[in-house]
Design a protein. Structure first.
Length: 163
């Protein structure tokens, strides 16, 4: 996968806007920065627009998605969490030795959107290790912007969860 290949294939699937994924990874970020910058938070290649995103794993194995407003927010967030990660420079989805509440605090500091990734996956999801959003994000629960269910999730089942 490359940004170029994604930009060429996305329109074939009817996708106009893509999330980059892995934007904390230096090599991927360098590839992103070679594209046509639209503004400080979006860029374009071959007619496909991209927004800055990544997925991280917290100390409890829960995965979180982050969507950043700009390149400087990515850099600041990375600087702030790097001391808690052994693989932030060599893994697309780094492990960060922090809880969901701490990650949400840093996300809020840079105006990034944050929410749990593939919430029902049995081994890396919010509901695999927590009974609620509040259990994971504690006093930062109100800042959680979304819950990503994943492609195989039962959205009718998800509708039954009150939170």
């Amino acid at each position: 996968m490359t940004i170029k290949n994604i930009s060429l294939e996305a329109p074939r699937k009817g996708i106009d806007v893509m999330a980059t994924g892995d934007c904390l990874h230096n090599i991927w970020m360098n590839e992103i920065k070679e594209c046509n910058i639209i503004d400080d938070g979006t860029f374009e290649l071959n007619g496909t627009r991209f927004i800055l995103s990544t997925e991280v794993e917290d100390k409890h194995r829960v995965h979180h998605l982050l969507f950043f407003p700009c390149f400087s927010a990515v850099e600041y967030f990375k600087q702030k969490v790097s001391f808690k990660s052994k693989n932030i420079d060599n893994d697309g989805r780094p492990n960060i030795n922090m809880g969901g509440d701490e990650l949400a605090e840093f996300a809020k500091d840079v105006d990034a959107l944050i929410g749990p990734a593939h919430a029902f996956t049995p081994w890396t999801a919010l509901y695999a290790y927590n009974n609620s959003l509040e259990e994971c994000y504690k006093d930062r629960t109100d800042y959680i912007s979304f819950v990503e269910l994943g492609l195989s999730a039962d959205s009718d089942f998800a509708d039954k969860i009150q939170e």
